[in-house]
Write a protein that binds this ligand. Structure first.
Ligand code: ZN
Length: 393
């Protein structure tokens, strides 16, 4: 986008709500939005004037792992890839950044990788119009889940020095607080990796350096620890409950629900070979997640849209668009879904450009049709200058 430009659109999302009865004009001067409102008329195309059907603040992927290949569905090839060269992982990570760029996603929060490829990618794309917020290498308990993204802490006395070391290069501190879900039994594997006191210490060291924390966490036991330990956002959060959400609202803890990896397991059980009882269990987990999302939205919890791109069955870029569709299907309003992918994460990550309002810096994505489907309308096309996808929320 040029630093000085007038954009005419039929409708736009301002970061809080969708304006539907255009035409509207958005005037940008020196990179700052000067005017956003009803247009008197739409002049013929001229220099410095741009038309689009829909405008919104550029999107944010709040949770992914850039170095992982989300396209690969063969488990043997996935594990071979993890044993491959750093160069091949870097190549994958850069290609993944370009996918995000191609569909109007300008900010990516990487949720950890053991090789620190996320830091290198962050530094190398910094002046190319993309912002990568990198957790670097996360933190986990020795011999527990998270080997691909986190280093080990063996003794509590290591917490302070290790977190302190991470704060020197990370943009946020990633805590692997719980294991993964045992889908067959519908529970989280293993007890939480850290106690409330340990999480508090991690948070205190991170906050002392001005960094936020985000916790990989599912299951009631772990969720209670995360909330009482004072993390800034809960990632995944399966088996959520209304009372934990009440506590999250009280302490202003955000939620990045990453529906899509579990949804993939439910939608395509043939890949993991799940039987019917497991598919039913997956559905129960998703139903609870959706119910809690509606409640979270009602009580004003900040919801951050993140796909967990790179994890099994989740493509980078396209996965986030699918996540938006799932948030909508769960019952969030169109305004709430767009907020979760624009203004909410930008606010949470302390970035500008989350709103299309006068005075805000202009960080706008233009679409050739509105992503907000009307009744009886098939999924509209979502096209930017360098990519084309369909998404319907
Ligand atoms: Zn993740």
């Amino acid at each position: 986008m040029n630093r000085n430009e007038t954009i005419f659109v039929e409708s736009y999302f301002d970061g809080t709500r969708i304006h539907r009865d255009g035409p509207y004009s958005i005037v940008v001067k020196n990179g700052i939005i000067a005017i956003a409102g009803h247009a008197e008329s739409t002049p013929d195309d001229a220099n410095g004037i741009c038309r689009a059907r829909f405008a919104m603040p550029s999107m944010v992927e709040s949770h992914c792992h850039l170095f992982l290949d989300g396209d690969e569905l063969d488990p043997a090839k996935r594990s071979a890839y993890l044993k491959g060269t750093r160069e091949s992982m870097l190549e994958t990570a850069f290609a993944n950044v370009e996918r995000y760029r191609g569909i109007g996603i300008r900010v990516i929060r990487d949720a950890g990788d053991i090789h620190g490829i996320n830091h290198e990618v962050r530094d190398r794309v910094a002046n190319s119009g993309m912002t990568v917020l990198s957790a670097g290498i996360g933190i986990r308990r020795r011999k527990r889940y998270g080997a691909f993204m986190a280093r080990e802490i063996e003794h509590p006395s290591e917490i302070g020095p290790l977190v302190s070391e991470c704060t020197r290069s990370a943009d946020a501190i990633k805590i692997v607080l719980t294991g993964i879900i045992d889908f067959e039994n519908g529970v989280v594997k293993d007890p939480p990796q850290f106690s409330v006191e340990e999480v508090r210490e991690i948070v205190a060291v991170a906050h002392g350096s001005g960094l936020k924390t985000f916790a990989h966490c599912s299951g009631i036991e772990g969720l209670e620890i995360a909330v009482r330990g004072g993390v800034d956002s809960i990632e995944h959060g399966f088996f959520m409950t209304p009372s934990i959400l009440d506590e999250m609202a009280e302490h202003r803890i955000a939620w990045c629900p990453t529906c899509i990896p579990v949804h993939f397991q439910w939608e395509k059980p043939e890949f993991a070979g799940w039987n019917q009882p497991t598919v039913s269990r997956l559905r129960e987990i998703l139903d609870n997640h959706e119910e809690c999302l509606r409640y979270a939205d009602r009580i004003g919890i900040e919801i951050l849209a993140g796909s967990d791109g790179g994890s099994y069955g989740v493509q980078h870029g396209g996965g986030l668009l699918r996540e938006l569709e799932l948030l909508r299907k769960a019952g969030l309003s169109q305004d709430a879904v767009l907020k979760a992918v624009t203004s909410a994460p930008k606010r949470h990550f302390c970035l500008s450009g989350g709103k299309i309002v006068p005075g805000e810096s202009a960080d706008i994505t233009l679409l050739d049709s509105s992503p907000c489907a009307e009744k009886n309308q098939s999924a509209p096309h979502f096209r930017t200058t360098s990519g084309s996808f369909s998404v319907s929320i």
